[in-house]
Write a protein that binds this ligand. Structure first.
Ligand code: ZN
Length: 155
């Protein structure tokens, strides 16, 4: 028995004993590329967890945090409510959490709202342009380097 194959995009194989990965490509790119001010469209509610609460159609990222468990996106809906988006793993959809507020309106915890598929809205908010090469800042790397004046297209 010689190892076992991983597919080119890094997903686990579909060998016996493994669930077929269900995270679709657009949801992956939400978690990999989503940055401050990007809009995320909720394409599909895969599974409702908190039945009584509506799922927003789209949210805008307020903050990206990279944790030991992977990226965590804090996002806000048009209603002003805040949500958290996490990626549980290769064989799961994205997990959307809603904030739980106390009577004073302060957030006390996060509650699982739904499993969702999402995508980055390419044009609505639009990419910021790099002030050095004037091209859209589509990748984290480009954005990070441009922010310290080292655009990879220039140097
Ligand atoms: Zn640039």
């Amino acid at each position: 028995m010689v190892g076992f194959a991983f597919s080119a995009n890094g997903d686990h194989g579909t060998k016996e004993g493994f669930r077929h990965p269900t995270t679709d490509q657009s949801s992956k790119s939400v978690m990999l590329r989503g940055e401050h001010q990007d809009e995320i469209q909720i394409r599909k509610v895969e599974q409702k967890i908190s039945a009584d609460h509506p799922v927003p159609k789209s949210v805008v990222i307020k903050q990206r945090t990279n944790t030991y468990y992977g990226p965590k996106l804090l996002a806000v809906a048009e209603s002003g409510k805040e949500y958290l988006l996490t990626a549980p793993g290769p064989n799961s959809h994205l997990l959307l959490w809603m904030e739980k507020l106390n009577q004073q309106g302060s957030r006390t915890s996060w509650v699982e709202l739904a499993e969702v598929s999402g995508q980055l809205a390419e044009n609505k908010v639009g990419y910021h342009l790099c002030h050095q090469c004037n091209k859209p800042l589509k990748t984290m790397e480009h954005r990070r380097l441009a922010s310290v004046g080292q655009c990879p297209n220039i140097s």
